[in-house]
Design a protein around this ligand. Structure first.
Ligand code: NOJ
Length: 553
């Protein structure tokens, strides 16, 4: 494969690292993470192999939804620094070859935003139509209430102006009305502002809500996504939208822009994420294999964003009740670990019982799955959650740099976990010195992932591995092939693969030393240790494996 493709269409095999400035590193000793602290850690992120940082909201906020409730889209939360600090951070990230994207949370504002304060003054306010108001809303569909622990309706009565306003999320987050051209203009201005300061794109919060929950309904809600993308492309060719679109595959393709790929550049693959957890729970590759076989191909230059955990609950909303219960039983049996009746507020290593082999296998799977991997800060060192923190904040604990935490010299904004996942046991400094650590494993996986662009760019085929616990697939691009196998169970197994077209070729292991021969009838027997994983590059015997992929172009 030609590497020049991967620099133009950079997002297709990027390594995206999501972090919250507030919990990453405190640079001024007040207990709250900030841009100065983050900037000091840029070399750590570059060394890990991250190519794109995704910053969670860093704007002024009353902080009732961890920053997803914004009062000013054009500045920085003073707790996190100044615009000057932001620009210095951007400059340093770019210097180290990293792009930066940020959350674009424009489905709603905080109820403390000056726009909403003005809008709610009276029915004749000039900003009245910036939000969605109704005298008598339709009765609520309880399944649409996103945070059922706190809300029982999507509408809130405003006593002052005597109407209800729509809030798809918390009642302190009134929905902006993108049916109003002035609101759309303002959103465009926000995009332009941050792109001018160097952002390469946005992770768009709650996309379906943004375009659907408006008044009046838009004749074609997707036109707004097209407009946003066109505006961004005009301003900066290689900018992207990464969409939070948790809908079934058949509805999802429309968000890329059917066939055209002119809307959201990348969509998170919530479906295969949930099926991957079901596969892990059952130690059976079936659910994940089915998801990837069913998954539609994104339009050219669009991509799936792959993840196992993020900053929210591990949502299992697209599984059946029985399947969800299986995942709960396996990975979060206690009520306190569960949330909203649909998810788990835990990080991956605790769910996998702290079994390092299994954790390593799970991340190997993530990096090898067709798409662009997105990781949440601290995953690379196997951080756990703190269930004493409220709701989803349990997984948003301070980054663990050293044995004594190293996040801040002051009392941290949130409590770190205790016990086996405390900083004393899980931290960057120790893992840097340990060649067998999870951190070193991540570095290896990222290095290999970048050296095998076939994984993200190629045509993938889910293989029948001859054993229910083995998830195996191959990725082919421009005559080069990478074959991958993961053993989801805790006993050693032999996989049997049939690799059409690779008859007589050699498979070179990219994670550990070793080679295997594909027989003349295209078969190969692949021994896998308990939770073992293998990434194999195919090459004809006369060509060195190093020359069989990118090097040959
Ligand atoms: C989705 C975000 O991921 C979540 O954290 C937030 O609470 C809601 N959108 C509301 O903004």
């Amino acid at each position: 494969m030609r590497l020049t493709y991967t620099s133009d269409v950079w997002w297709k095999n990027a390594v995206v690292y999501c972090l919250d400035v507030e919990t990453f590193k405190d640079g001024n000793g007040d207990g709250v993470g900030d841009f100065r602290g983050l900037t000091q850690q840029i070399d750590y992120l570059a060394g890990l192999g991250v190519t794109c940082l995704w910053l969670m909201p860093f704007f002024p906020t009353p902080n009732r939804d961890d920053g997803y409730d914004i009062t000013d889209f054009y500045s920085i939360d003073p707790r996190l620094g100044t615009l000057g600090d932001f620009v210095e951070f951007m400059r340093t990230a770019h210097d180290r070859g990293m792009r930066v994207i940020a959350d674009l949370v424009v489905n709603h504002t905080s109820d403390q935003h000056p726009w909403f304060k003005e809008s709610r003054k009276s029915k004749s306010s000039p900003l009245r139509d910036w939000y969605v108001w109704s005298d008598k809303p339709e009765p609520d569909d309880p399944s649409k209430v996103v945070f059922p622990d706190k809300e029982d309706s999507l509408w809130e009565w405003d006593n002052r102006s005597k109407q209800y306003y729509l809030h798809s999320f918390y009642k302190h987050q009134p929905d902006l009305n993108v049916a109003n051209p002035e609101v759309r203009d303002e959103i465009t201005r926000i995009l332009g502002f941050w792109m001018e300061l160097g952002l390469s794109g946005f992770r768009v919060d709650a996309v379906p809500f943004l375009i659907e929950n408006v008044d009046p309904k838009l004749p074609d809600p997707h036109e707004f996504l097209q407009d946003m993308r066109a505006f961004m492309t005009r301003r900066k060719g290689g900018s992207i939208l990464l969409g939070e679109v948790n809908v079934p595959y058949e509805d999802l393709v429309a968000y890329f822009g059917d066939g055209l790929g002119d809307q959201v550049t990348m969509c998170f693959d919530f479906i295969s994420m949930q099926r991957a957890w079901l596969s892990l729970a059952r130690q059976n590759a079936g659910p994940l294999a089915d998801a990837l076989r069913e998954r539609p191909e994104p339009p050219k230059d669009c991509q799936w964003a792959m993840f196992l955990r993020n900053h929210d609950e591990l949502t299992l909303d697209k599984l059946t009740d029985e399947e969800r219960q299986e995942v709960f039983d396996a990975f979060g049996p206690e009520k306190d670990m569960q949330i909203f009746g649909r998810g788990l507020r835990r990080r991956l290593p605790t769910m996998l019982g702290g079994d390092l082999r299994r954790v390593k296998m799970a991340y190997s799977l993530l990096f090898s799955l067709p798409g662009t991997p997105v990781i949440f800060y601290g995953e690379e060192i196997g951080m756990g959650e703190n269930l004493d923190e409220e709701g989803r904040l349990a997984v948003r604990v301070p980054m663990q740099w050293t044995r004594d935490g190293g996040f801040s010299p002051a009392e941290p904004v949130r409590e770190v976990p205790e016990g086996s996942f405390a900083p004393e046991r899980v931290n960057v400094a120790d893992q840097k010195r340990d060649t067998a650590s999870l951190l070193r494993w991540f570095q290896l996986l990222i290095e290999r992932y970048r050296e095998c662009p076939e994984l993200a760019w190629g045509t993938y085929t889910v293989l029948d591995a001859g054993h229910h616990a083995v998830f195996a697939h191959r990725c082919d691009a421009d005559g080069a092939t990478v074959v991958v196998a993961h053993n989801l169970c805790d006993t050693a197994v032999d996989a049997e693969l049939e690799l059409a077209g690779l008859e007589g070729q050699q498979l070179t292991d990219l994670l550990v030393d070793g080679t295997l021969d594909v027989s003349a009838d295209a078969k190969v027997k692949l021994p896998l240790e308990p939770h073992g994983c293998r990434w194999l590059r195919a090459s004809p015997p006369e060509i060195a494996p190093e020359d069989a992929g990118v090097m040959s172009q």
